[in-house]
Design a protein around this ligand. Structure first.
Ligand SMILES: Cc1cc2nc3c(=O)[nH]c(=O)nc-3n(C[C@H](O)[C@H](O)[C@H](O)COP(=O)(O)OP(=O)(O)OC[C@H]3O[C@@H](n4cnc5c(N)ncnc54)[C@H](O)[C@@H]3O)c2cc1C
Length: 401
């Protein structure tokens, strides 16, 4: 997603000749294929709020921005908000973060338990002191459709995609001369961008940049419930468990399944489909296998939390599950974006720690402009520069789901 967004805007807006080197053209293990594809403004870092707001504008216009001829992408953007819930212990933090968000233009409202019950009668707010809800500009979209639309637009504007596993670089003085693929082929360019998601650190290390970016597995459970939850936003429980409807609010008789979930026409779901997840239990190893979903996480953590928060969920069942990697920046949970120090023609864009899907449009536009014009566009991305890591100056994002 990040690489394709940069490629798309380099080609579309700046007339650059772009080649994307991708080792797996099926994107099977790419975080962008395995994401929950949701967007929020409820961050603690101003640059992330700005990125969300700029990307939100783009998502609303994506059918025009990414049109290729008469082919206009449909992203199924559902603007139902994120609802962060806090117990008495967490209420002050929610208030503090709300202050940051409101100061940076986010339409986020604080709701007391009565407000919560009035708005969402199916929600148990007995042990809740405060909720924080993005009334506009938050929700979820079809991530693979956005990824495909960016690639299609990039190609239509002249970018080419090549299957190549980059294994090393050739440098001459302070310039990168070529990316060298594992088959020995050299790819020359005037400028290079490392946007290899959770696998960016080894590539950056060869260019002298030490990155604490690691592949941390996160499981997503697809749930079916006979109960519908009118107006359900993406809910974040004080336990860290999250829940959101799949597709158009999920609270309807599903005539067509959500993207990627096969279902025969005779198996229409009566009720609603939801996605849910939780922070990892215990150890959080680097790059464990993706084909091992932690079903105990659902049984022991997610299910008890959901049953408590939504009593109508008593007949909930797991339909399927998948796992993907967060490209976790252990230093401060924020993206690393900008020039690679001590090189004249190489940039980095990785480490978004679970919020890269939503920020890809604004990031891609910003970095494309930086590379071609040495200016950031609508969003000043300089706070995300890699230098902060060597200087030991973290820009900590506190709202990581
Ligand atoms: C379960 C889950 C839920 C998430 N939910 C959200 C969400 O709700 N909202 C949100 O904004 N974000 C979410 N994210 C995070 C989001 O998916 C990522 O931030 C984003 O996809 C990162 O995009 P990327 O392009 O940097 O990485 P990727 O999509 O992983 O792409 C990196 C690409 O680089 C390729 N590559 C790697 N090494 C090489 C090499 N040496 N040579 C050639 N190619 C190489 C890989 O094959 C891959 O295709 C979620 C992630 C997960 C796993």
């Amino acid at each position: 997603m990040i690489g394709s967004a940069i490629a798309c805007f380099l080609a579309r807006d700046h007339g650059a000749r772009v080649t994307v080197l991708e080792r797996d053209p099926t994107f099977a293990r790419a975080s962008s294929s395995l994401s929950a594809s949701s967007i929020r403004q409820q961050f603690s870092t101003p640059v992330n709020i700005a990125l969300s707001r700029a990307s939100l504008d783009f998502l609303r216009r994506a059918h025009e921005e990414l049109a290729v001829g008469e082919d206009r992408p449909a992203l199924g953007f559902v603007e139902a908000g994120y609802l962060y819930l806090a117990s008495a212990a967490g209420a002050e933090t929610l208030r503090e973060l709300h202050g940051v968000q409101a100061a940076h233009g986010a339409d986020v409202r604080l709701l007391d338990p009565d407000d919560l019950t009035r708005r969402w009668p199916w929600l148990n707010s007995d042990d809740i002191a405060l909720g924080s809800w993005g009334a506009r500009g938050e929700g979820w979209f079809d991530g693979p459709a956005l990824h495909a639309a960016l690639r299609r637009k990039a190609r239509a504007c002249g970018a080419r995609y090549v299957a190549a596993d980059v294994s090393r670089w050739e440098t001459v003085g302070t310039r990168v001369a070529a990316a060298v693929a594992s088959d020995g082929q050299r790819w020359h360019a005037s400028h290079f961008v490392v946007a290899a998601g959770a696998w960016s650190a080894p590539l950056a290390a060869q260019l002298g940049l030490a990155l604490p970016v690691m592949a941390k597995k996160r499981d997503v459970f697809v749930l079916e419930s006979p109960a519908v939850l009118p107006g359900c936003p993406l809910v974040i429980d004080p336990s860290g468990v999250w829940l959101r409807p799949e597709g158009a609010l999920g609270n309807e008789d599903l005539a067509s399944p959500p993207a990627g979930l096969a279902r025969g026409p005779s198996q229409r779901a009566r009720g609603a489909v939801f996605l849910a997840g939780a922070p990892p239990r215990g150890d959080d190893p680097d790059e464990p296998p993706l084909d091992v979903v932690d079903h105990g996480l659902f049984e022991q953590v997610i299910w008890p939390a959901l049953a408590h928060r939504v009593p109508a969920f008593e007949a909930l069942r797991v339909r399927s599950a998948w796992a993907g990697y967060y490209e976790m920046n252990a230093f401060d949970h924020n993206g690393v974006v900008g020039d690679i120090p001590d090189l004249d023609n190489a940039c980095i864009a990785c480490g978004f720690s679970g919020h890269g899907m939503q920020h890809a449009p604004a990031l891609g536009q910003g970095l494309a402009r930086w590379i071609t014009q040495r200016q950031w566009g609508a969003v000043d991305l300089s706070p995300l520069a890699p230098q902060r890591i060597a200087l030991g100056r973290p820009l900590v994002e506190r709202n990581v789901i």
